[in-house]
Ligand binder design. Structure first.
Ligand code: NAI
Length: 467
């Protein structure tokens, strides 16, 4: 590693970043306890770890935890807008290679991902910490393209695939066997989010998965906290930083009522918006009704909606046709992982719609009939584009799971497949966060434990329990 093995916005921001990291650490008791417990043993010693996960202040605490546990870490962000430049600077100043800045182009994004996956001696990672699956996708496609280079020439309209293909071609020219050598040493990936987990199960089903993977998202202390309570705090933060709009009294349309949708709807309702939910799953639709929200289709909500938020992880949820029929001054944003939930690319191609930048990541689109809408963060994750993502405390839960998953992948070789962390570790992650909030846990008596059939020290629930 050389001292300039990084690419960031400005190393001069390091001190600012360090102060924020120090502040965040106090709110991340799980990660700090994990450092204290495992730091002396260095369980990740010898492991080359690549991260592709929003380069925020909270992620800096994760990175430094992995380093403290002995890992040799390289990092990129998993979204072009999500880096906090001061956090990236603080990490670079510690000599940890990081390739991330706020406002990357799509080409730069894939270049950064490749940098995070490549050590200076030409080696790849042993382990990946992924968020959304882009680093894992690059490993899989790079590997496949070495056997079948024509996949890089298949016609595509997908801007990410086009940019990735270019980087993969450059990589083949540099070292025709890089991805095969890298995959041979690759021991596993731990995946942070719902969308990345979908990709993993898809590869597993098709027999294409190349390594063992741990689904961190579906630890209870991840998806039932970060996805719900994290979005409950960071969604409205982003909408307000972007628009300063008064949420009270507005009609908010939340597309999708899974974990992210539940947190998003609650946040908007807490601000006294009237909330409409759209859902394709009858169970989630019924849950929304039980919370007092209306359930209808996007089409039926168009005459009412002032603020639209997509939370589905699905594509084309808000179309150009929808946007052309929205109320004047409607705000449109996405908090799901990828930007194809809203047809932004298609909107940009419409000749009769004029785009006016109000400020970075706030664009006004003027339609020929005279109505306008505001698009936030170009349809990408709004809470990481316009705000700074979730609060540290909730990310401590997610990242403690990530750290435990990395240790498990390194110490316990597994067959290829997608795994979850055992419930006893999930409970442990929660336990590590109770003190900070002044909670005191009830301990069951031996008789009580026997009566309900669970050990005194847990796990306290069967695996099928849904929380
Ligand atoms: P989930 O699977 O719990 O919820 C998604 C919901 O959308 C499901 O209930 C599904 O039935 C519904 N849905 C799918 N297609 C739909 C359609 N066409 N119309 C209406 N509803 C539809 O997933 P989760 O955990 O809520 O994650 C959603 C997305 O948010 C994923 O892309 C995930 O990666 C991302 N995410 C973003 C975070 C952030 O900080 N911005 C944090 C955590 C997750």
């Amino acid at each position: 590693m050389t001292n300039n093995d990084y690419k960031i916005k400005d190393i001069g921001l390091a001190e600012l970043g360090r102060k924020q990291i120090n502040m965040a650490e106090k709110e991340m008791p799980g990660l700090i306890a994990t450092r204290e417990k495992y730091g002396p043993q260095k369980p990740l010693k010898g492991a080359r770890v690549s991260g592709s996960l929003h380069m925020t202040v909270q992620t800096a605490v994760l990175i430094e935890t992995l380093v403290e546990l002995g890992a040799d870490v390289r990092w990129a962000s998993c979204n072009i807008f999500s880096t906090q430049d001061e956090a990236a600077a603080a990490i670079a100043a510690e000599g940890i290679p990081v390739f991330a800045w706020k406002g990357e182009t799509v080409d730069e994004y894939w270049w950064c991902t490749k940098q995070a996956l490549t050590w200076s001696d030409g080696k790849g990672p042993h382990l990946i910490v992924d968020d959304g699956g882009d680093a894992t996708l690059m490993m899989h496609r790079g590997y496949e393209a070495e056997d079948n280079p024509s996949i890089l020439d298949e016609p595509t309209e997908n801007k990410d695939l086009m940019a990735q293909n270019k980087i993969l071609k450059d990589s083949q020219a540099e070292d025709p066997q890089f991805w095969h050598k890298a995959v041979a040493e690759w021991k596993g990936v731990s995946e942070e989010t719902t969308t990345g987990v979908h990709r993993l199960y898809h590869w597993e089903k098709d027999g294409e998965l190349l390594v063992p993977a741990i689904n961190v998202n579906d630890s209870v202390t991840k998806s039932k906290f970060d996805n719900i309570y994290g979005c409950r705090e960071s969604l409205v933060d982003a909408i307000k930083r972007g628009t300063d709009v008064m949420v009270a009294g507005k009609v908010a349309v939340v597309c999708g009522y899974g974990d992210v949708g539940k947190g998003s709807a609650e946040a908007l309702a807490n601000h006294k918006a009237r909330v409409i939910v759209t859902e394709s799953d009858p169970i989630c639709a019924l849950q929304a009704l039980m919370e007092g929200y209306s359930v209808m289709t996007v089409e039926d909500a168009l005459p009412y909606g002032d603020i639209y938020v997509t939370t589905t992880g699905n594509r084309d949820v808000i179309t150009t046709d929808h946007m052309s029929k929205m109320k004047d001054q409607a705000i449109v944003c996405n908090i799901g992982h990828f930007d194809n939930e809203i047809q932004v690319d298609e909107l940009n191609k419409m000749n009769n719609v004029e785009k006016v930048e109000i400020k970075p990541q706030v664009d006004k689109y003027e339609f020929p009939d005279g109505h306008s809408i505001y698009m936030l963060a170009e349809g990408r994750l709004v809470n990481l584009g316009l705000a700074t993502g979730h609060p540290s405390f909730v990310m401590s839960n997610s990242f403690t799971n990530q750290t435990l998953a990395q240790i498990d992948l390194w110490e316990n070789p597994k067959d290829i497949g997608v795994y979850r962390l055992p419930k006893v570790l999930d409970e442990e992650v929660a336990r590590l966060h109770l003190d900070k909030l002044g909670a005191k846990l009830t301990k069951m008596t031996q008789e009580q434990a026997e009566y309900i059939g669970f050990p005194v020290d847990g796990p306290h629930k069967p695996d099928h329990y849904r929380y």
